[in-house]
Ligand binder design. Structure first.
Ligand SMILES: NC(=O)c1ccc[n+]([C@@H]2O[C@H](COP(=O)([O-])OP(=O)(O)OC[C@H]3O[C@@H](n4cnc5c(N)ncnc54)[C@H](O)[C@@H]3O)[C@@H](O)[C@H]2O)c1
Length: 278
């Protein structure tokens, strides 16, 4: 769908968007889609990421205030919620699009993990969702009927060796979404994870072997890999009032990858490859 035209699905809604770093970030594409659909929001990222200055352009384009917040820091997260309340009043949606593994970045094998980095991976990429929900509720910034979406990856269920300790982080993230979702349901608040296919972003490209993961998924998924903009459209539906009874789910946005067995195209290629080798 074009960025210009929307359905007004988020008209009057307000939110917080975590994790937009540059134009390729899934959160960046989601911010544009939310704006197109009529939402207002605060953009936030770690102070070190904001120093790059790239987010300013998105802030201007979407007329969104930018508030720094390191998701591993309790005081930062609490302050973010309070400042958001001052800027926008109470909110209707939160996007958690935050992930980082020092072990993956520094190419540590899963059997040789640095445990301090392992803790950082889990803290940044998973426990942060708990922290965000805790402070959102405590500060009273979250409206009844709000919708919270965190981005996940199928490594939570299946082994993707190059994804290393991020597989564990995503499993924890999805568990926190279910557990918190059950506790916020009495206020009509939904908490879901969207399990997105490999997408070419800064975080994605930082994974050794990412290109092969991308191509493998592309060849297996009957609909092919969805882009960041397509992920954005899907997230809009989850923030909208059209999905009010969807909660505590991990929702695959992967072109059918998760339920596919083999792809004829890939098998034909492999058969040819082995035949050539013989
Ligand atoms: N790119 C993919 O292939 C893919 C696939 C499935 C899921 N995801 C998930 O989507 C989300 C967004 O990733 P992306 O691919 O758009 O890459 P990205 O690098 O653009 O986004 C990751 C963000 O996390 C932020 N971040 C890291 N540490 C932080 C901290 N301490 N405090 C606050 N923010 C911090 C970064 O600054 C960055 O903006 C992540 O959760 C990622 O795991 C990505």
């Amino acid at each position: 769908m074009s960025q210009e035209k929307g359905y007004g699905l988020l008209k009057g809604k307000k939110g917080i968007i975590f994790g937009a770093l540059d134009e390729r970030s899934i959160a960046w594409r989601i911010a544009l889609a939310c704006k197109r659909e009529g939402a207002d929001f605060v953009l936030t990222n770690a102070p070190v990421a904001l120093r790059l200055g790239t987010l300013d352009a998105l802030g201007e384009e979407t007329n969104a205030p930018i508030i720094p917040c390191d998701v591993t820091d309790d005081e930062d997260v609490e302050a973010l919620m309070k400042k958001t309340k001052e800027e926008l009043g109470s909110i209707d949606f939160i996007l958690h699009a935050v992930g980082m593994s020092p072990n993956v970045r520094k190419k540590k094998d899963y059997k040789e993990l640095n445990y301090n980095w392992y803790k950082q991976t889990l803290d940044i990429s998973a426990i942060s969702l708990h922290r965000v929900l805790h402070h959102a509720e405590k500060t009273g910034v979250l409206n009844d009927g709000a919708s919270v979406v965190a981005l996940s990856y199928i490594g939570a269920q299946r082994i993707f060796s190059k994804y290393s300790d991020m597989n564990d982080a995503k499993a924890l993230l999805e568990s926190i979404a279910r557990n918190y979702g059950s506790r916020l349901a009495d206020r009509g608040i939904r908490v879901n994870t969207v399990s997105q296919a490999p997408t070419k972003t800064s975080a994605g490209s930082g994974i050794k072997g990412f290109d092969s993961m991308y191509t493998f998924a592309e060849k297996i998924a009957p609909l092919g890999n969805p882009s960041a903009d397509e992920c954005a459209d899907y997230c809009v539906t989850l923030f909208s009032d059209l999905t009010r009874k969807v909660t505590m789910q991990n929702l695959y946005h992967d072109g059918g990858f998760v339920t596919s067995g083999i792809s004829e195209e890939m098998i034909d290629g492999l058969v040819k490859l082995y035949a050539d080798e013989e």
